[in-house]
Ligand binder design. Structure first.
Ligand code: 4NP
Length: 161
């Protein structure tokens, strides 16, 4: 069976989407489902291309028990709409930027908002912690972990895994 592929997208691909990628991979290992998925992340900008996740986000994630190993890359609409089943964006700007690049309605339907999977947090976007203190990183991780758990349940149902 082919793998279910998920791409997490934010602006810089150094804070929010690497955290989503890292936590979702960690969750899949815990649930013994890593073999059924292909997970990646990207940014709508190429500002940080080639950079590892922000050190503050790496540190916050490590204290929660998971590693962020992604290297920043820009969203590639030519390849990523073909390669991924689900493209999940962190805020309104990312959502609109990705949607604007979709070549057709099938591609548009792949794009959803990360917070739509939250069951514990009533928020309309995943806040960008880049210019904030450590509290900002903790809140962002709380929201991302909540969304990843909801996403996992949805993907298991939808793909009959
Ligand atoms: P991210 O956070 O989109 O969650 O990776 C940001 C990282 C860097 C910048 C903005 C947001 N920046 O302006 O450099």
């Amino acid at each position: 069976m082919s793998k279910v592929s998920v791409l997490f997208v934010c602006l810089g691909n150094i804070c929010r989407s690497p955290a989503a990628e890292g936590f979702f991979k960690h969750l899949l290992v815990q649930e013994n489902k890593a073999e059924s998925f292909y997970i990646d992340s990207a940014g709508t900008s190429a500002y940080h291309e080639g950079a590892p996740a922000d050190g503050r986000m790496q540190e916050a994630a490590k204290l929660r028990g998971y590693e962020l190993e992604s290297i920043s890359r820009a969203f590639d609409f030519k390849k990523d709409f073909e390669k991924f089943d689900y493209i999940i964006t962190m805020d309104h700007d990312n959502f609109q930027d990705v949607l604007d690049l979709a070549p057709d309605s099938e591609a548009q339907e792949k794009v959803t908002s990360m917070v739509s999977y939250c069951t514990q947090h009533d928020v309309n976007h995943v806040p960008d912690p880049y210019y904030k203190g450590m509290d900002g990183f903790e809140l962002t991780l709380d929201i991302i972990e909540d969304a990843c758990e909801g996403l996992f349940e949805k993907l298991m149902d939808e793909n009959k895994l």
